[in-house]
Ligand binder design. Structure first.
Ligand code: SF4
Length: 889
């Protein structure tokens, strides 16, 4: 049998790269970027490149379960449908809720939204996209009259000035970052300004980095609007013809800052750098402002985005090549969710709750009871569960017990709900543990449908693997429940192409050019045409049969007057509180969301192996926190324990600490950062303020630290701190404990598996080394010590791959390395070629002092390129070390 080639789409970030997969039965060859896909033109970042390593069935949810016991689909669907009906008839439709995800395909989302908003009669369908880009949506709608991303990725390349705000695109949207990097290389006049409190990998291409005080960016953009006005640089013709409300916006903006000195004081950025940025903005027509979660995840995220859009409207920099405000979404199908009405304040096909929209949707769906008003947004939704107002909750493909603010309150809420249903592809998440009913969903590679990326491009996700066990696509599961509830006629779907067709027809229904979202050109496709659908940017209609790259080039907006609206923004600065630290959250390069897929790839796990917190050296020394030691972050909501990274003032501003969002109870003992975040959210969009939480930090002193390597997954360890990773040959835990090690060791020794033990112990130093060999193969290794640094372990990890230990290796086990051999790789910097930090430093010492030279010497950075900013940082640090050493010498 020859391998089957499938063209599909990456399921991670909002760039939406095309992927080529070759598979044969369950074997999936290393994936490649799809040359023909306009998002990536053949490239993939490190996460995308590892997709084939994530398709195994470990940890998969394989069967419907009820209270932990396997059941049948018939019983599970009957129970879910009956409970929904009972709750609706007893407490009304608003007592049920769905909570979806940007991981759902558009077809899944469409069916869920239709069931809730048209047939249950409530709008309590919200999604984790609320945490990602709800403020961007609200701002577009306030200004443009529609949720329309104005430009394309091509505009990012055509810009002469890229202003990147609250975005670490180098790690969060790597392929787009690489496109911008290449464009900058090709156009030496192109400037990049990064506005971010942190000095991130994205600053690698920055001509100017403005490390603004968190929450001061609205002030910055208002001051820029005033500056442009005072410099006579507004586009008065565009404003007069195509906009309304400039006077109020300018009046509000003028209050932001008196002069550059005042702005420096408010933003924490040098006045001279602010002046440079303002003059570049003034002098550069082709400007794109590219913004992401750093803007959206704030108490004033909508205002921030509108302050940005105000600037683009006032200068006429919208609807032109290389000029627009551009919000980038985090998730692969956040945009598809927006199109079908996945947010609780939308209906479907970019229609809202106006009587005319409701009536139109009611007629189209032939629906009994279209929701009359917006439903609960995410934070309010889980509060309503806690208050007993919502009695039935269905969570689809997401893990709110980790990602929601005040995550422990969400856990408590679920404990009080009459029925919690979770449909997911994974069995062991924090959220599946809180469910009464689990429904196994198909995963990437097993399901069929469409996704929309951040430039409005619809692409097909195509299946190439059979779903394991009883797993089924989400649209199928929801359809079965809807039918069981008595809505057979409205939910006749047998294939996602039928759902897509209905979705496209609804977008066209009584549209007549009044709504931006119009797929009339994609209606009536056969299943074969749907299967062959090429990536296309909406709208697709008579005017734009091949899709539309750029909106508003005609100066027409989707407001009642047809003019864009300036929104007056009153910039508010957050209160100063020097006693506590501001906790910022975000992504790391090689993991995605709550790691359920990326943690299956051992090479992705090796970039950053533990949850951590980035500290400025001043804050760390004030608190007695050492680089590499464990630290506890805490506030009155909870605490987490992570590894401290301490740096100088470039990476992290004093008074602030950064914590990645990914680690869950599956992968670490206590690192769910959501427990520390309060419920503050944007009053317009409802988006939680995930970037600013007040925390304190103190050392987490332990009696001993060490690591465990095991052939089998040992599950959660009985220790105060542990972090879990897959290795090439088994499983690995970092571990630490506040008590003496004996009890821990006893439990480990009792873990499954008979075999012979090798032991070394030095009780006085809590120094123990244990190895168990079963049938000639290495089965378990434990190294612990009061304060020994056990960085070197690759040789031991490799020994787990041996079919039979050789006698010399067996003797060397407790030394942890072969006699006189092996330099450990250190942290893996290039995940594609598994190049470690130690080899890179060695190559630099040999004279490879550019990223290109390192690439030639070691191949690092020559595939996906995601590690290039880190290579440059290591080169820079190494040169500082050499200089220091030379001086000392
Ligand atoms: S940039 Fe990376 S994670 Fe994002 S879609 Fe492309 S390959 Fe996937």
């Amino acid at each position: 049998m020859t391998p089957v080639t499938t063209h599909t789409t990456c399921p991670y970030c909002g760039v939406g790269c095309g992927v080529e997969v070759k598979s044969q039965d369950l074997d999936v060859a290393p994936v490649a970027g799809l040359q023909a896909h306009p998002a990536n033109f053949g490239r993939l970042c490190v996460k995308g490149s590892a997709l084939h390593e994530t398709t195994d069935h470990t940890d998969r949810l394989l069967h419907p379960t009820l209270n932990g016991k396997k059941t049948t689909w018939d019983k599970a669907i009957g129970l879910v449908a009956d409970k929904m009906r009972q709750v609706i008839s007893t407490h009304g439709p608003d007592a049920v809720a769905f909570y979806g995800s940007g991981q759902l395909l558009t077809e899944d989302y469409y069916v869920a939204n239709k069931l809730m908003k048209g047939f249950v009669g409530s709008a309590n369908m919200d999604t984790n996209s609320r945490l990602c880009m709800a403020s961007a949506v609200a701002a577009y709608k306030r200004a443009l009259g529609s949720d329309t991303v104005p430009g394309s990725y091509q505009d990012l390349e055509e810009a002469d000035l890229m202003v990147m705000v609250g975005s670490n695109a180098a790690w969060a949207h790597p392929i787009l970052f690489q496109r911008i990097t290449a464009a900058k290389k090709a156009n030496p006049d192109m400037k990049v300004v990064v506005i971010d409190p942190r000095f991130t990998a994205t600053c690698d291409i920055a001509d100017l980095h403005l490390p603004v005080r968190p929450g001061s960016d609205t002030t910055l953009f208002n001051a820029l609007l005033t500056y442009m006005h005072d410099q006579n640089c507004l586009d008065n013709d565009f404003i007069a013809e195509h906009c309304e409300g400039i006077t109020d916006a300018l009046d509000a903006a003028r209050a932001a800052a008196e002069d550059f000195a005042d702005l420096e004081q408010k933003t924490g950025v040098d006045a001279s750098e602010l002046e440079t940025f303002f003059s570049w903005f003034r002098d550069t027509e082709k400007t794109v402002t590219f913004y992401s979660q750093g803007v959206n995840q704030s108490v004033d995220g909508t205002d921030k985005a509108n302050a940005i859009i105000n600037l683009h409207l006032a200068t006429g920099r919208i609807g032109k090549p290389g000029a627009c405000p551009f919000s980038i979404t985090g998730q692969p199908n956040a945009m598809g969710g927006r199109e079908v009405g996945g947010l609780a304040n939308q209906l479907a096909a970019h229609m809202d709750f106006a009587a005319e929209d409701r009536e139109r949707i009611k007629r189209f769906w032939n629906a009994p009871s279209v929701a009359e008003k917006p439903g609960y947004k995410a934070v309010d939704l889980f509060n309503a569960v806690k208050d007993g107002k919502i009695k039935f909750l269905w969570i689809m493909s997401t893990n709110p017990l980790v990602s929601m603010p005040d995550a422990d309150a969400v856990k408590e809420a679920l404990g009080q709900c009459e029925l919690v249903v979770v449909s997911d592809c994974m069995a062991n998440t924090d959220t599946t543990a809180a469910a009464h009913v689990l429904l196994p969903a198909a995963s990437w590679g097993e399901k069929n449908g469409t996704v929309t990326n951040s430039e409005r491009r619809i692409s097909r996700q195509r299946g190439f693997l059979p779903p394991p066990g009883d797993a089924r696509p989400d649209w199928w599961i929801i359809t079965q429940v809807a039918r069981h509830m008595g809505f057979e006629d409205a939910f006749p779907y047998e294939h996602p192409s039928e759902i897509f067709d209905e979705h496209a027809r609804l977008s066209a229904f009584e549209n007549n050019g009044r709504r931006d979202f119009d797929l009339s050109g994609l209606t009536g496709m056969t299943r074969e045409q749907y299967d062959a659908l090429a990536p296309v940017q909406w709208p697709v209609n008579d005017t734009y049969p091949e899709g539309r790259a750029r909106f508003f080039d005609d100066g027409r907006f989707y407001t009642p007057s047809g003019k864009a609206r300036f929104v007056p923004i009153n910039a508010q600065l957050p209160e100063q509180d020097d006693a506590t630290l501001i906790m910022n959250t975000g992504r790391v390069r090689d993991h995605w969301h709550t790691m359920t897929r990326t943690a299956k790839s051992s090479r992705l796990a090796r970039h950053i192996a533990e949850p951590y917190a980035d500290f400025h050296i001043r804050d760390a020394s004030q608190r007695g926190i050492r680089d590499g030691a464990l630290v506890e972050l805490h506030n009155d909501r909870g605490q987490i324990i992570v590894r401290a990274k301490v740096s100088d003032d470039k990476r992290q501003r004093p008074g602030e600490v950064f914590v990645p969002m990914h680690w869950t109870s599956r992968y670490a003992s206590s690192a769910r950062m959501g427990v520390l975040i309060n419920q503050d959210n944007d009053p317009v969009s409802g988006q939680p303020a995930l970037k600013i939480s007040r925390v304190e930090a103190r050392p987490f002193d332990v009696e001993w630290q060490g690591f465990v390597l095991s052939r089998t997954d040992l599950g959660p360890l009985d220790a105060d701190y542990w972090a879990y990773n897959l290795t090439d040959t088994g499983h690995m835990y970092e571990v630490a404990h506040r008590d003496s090690p004996e009890a821990f060791l006893q439990k480990i020794e009792q873990s499954e598996g008979e075999g012979s033990w090798l032991r070394f112990s030095d009780e006085a130093n809590h120094h123990y080394r244990l190895a168990r060999v079963v049938d000639g193969r290495l089965d378990l290794v434990v190294f612990i010590h009061r304060d020994y640094d056990f960085g070197t372990r690759q040789w031991l990890i490799d020994r787990f791959g041996d079919e039979e230990l050789d006698r010399n290796d067996r003797r060397a086990l407790l030394a942890g390395r072969a006699p006189g051999a092996q330099v450990d790789k250190g942290a893996i910097i290039c995940s594609c070629f598994q190049v470690g930090e130690n080899a890179i430093k060695e190559a630099i010492a040999q004279g490879a002092d550019t990223a290109e030279a390192l690439g030639k010497a070691l191949l690092c950075g020559t595939n996906c390129g995601s590690c290039i900013p880190e290579l440059k940082t290591i080169i820079q640090k190494s040169s500082v070390e050499f200089t220091d050493a030379a001086k000392a010498g």
